[in-house]
Design a protein around this ligand. Structure first.
Ligand code: NI
Length: 170
């Protein structure tokens, strides 16, 4: 099993709306396995398929915290069916390395999806898991956490990123 390369901003794949998965086959299973491995080795707590160059509605999440022992969560074609409350969390993203900012999200969400075998699943989440699910589902819509920033923080981000891209080229 190989680690996949993580696409970083402004790669256009991150702006693409991912396609629903119609058949759970070996290719999807391989994608899921490789996404999980890529997330663990990054390390990160969530990864959407766009981030590894596949515009398909697949995401993996593992908060990797002892107080949260759910392990690896695989969601295919996830959809938020209920949301309530409000919370702010300092977010980051493997596709936007070394930039962190507070983002306002729903405090609780309920997500319907399929698991890796195509069985329907429903996940009700609050706190960090709710934040991560919203962040990853955003990816599948071609949205990034930086899209949620206010004007000033967004300008700060743009300046920082321009500098970073210049440094990368040098
Ligand atoms: Ni992300």
């Amino acid at each position: 099993m190989a680690c996949l390369q993580i696409c970083t901003y402004p790669d256009p794949i991150l702006r693409r709306k991912a396609e629903p998965v119609t058949t759970i086959d070996r290719d999807i299973h391989r994608l899921i396995d490789e996404m999980a491995e890529t997330m663990y080795s990054a390390p990160g707590i969530g990864l959407a398929a766009n981030q590894v160059g596949k515009a398909q509605r697949v995401l993996v999440v593992d908060l990797q915290r002892p107080e949260y022992d759910r392990g690896l969560l695989v969601l295919v074609n996830p959809k938020i069916v209920a949301a309530s409350g409000e919370t702010t969390y300092e977010e980051g993203c493997l596709s936007v390395p070394e930039f962190f900012s507070n983002v306002k999200r729903y405090e609780q969400v309920t997500v319907q999806a399929m698991d890796k075998d195509g069985n329907p699943v429903e996940v009700s989440a609050s706190g960090l898991l709710a934040v991560v699910l919203q962040h990853e589902i955003d990816h599948l819509e071609g949205r990034l956490f930086i899209d949620h920033l206010g004007t000033i923080t967004r300008e700060l981000f743009k300046r920082k990123w321009k500098k970073r891209l210049k440094e990368d080229k040098a």
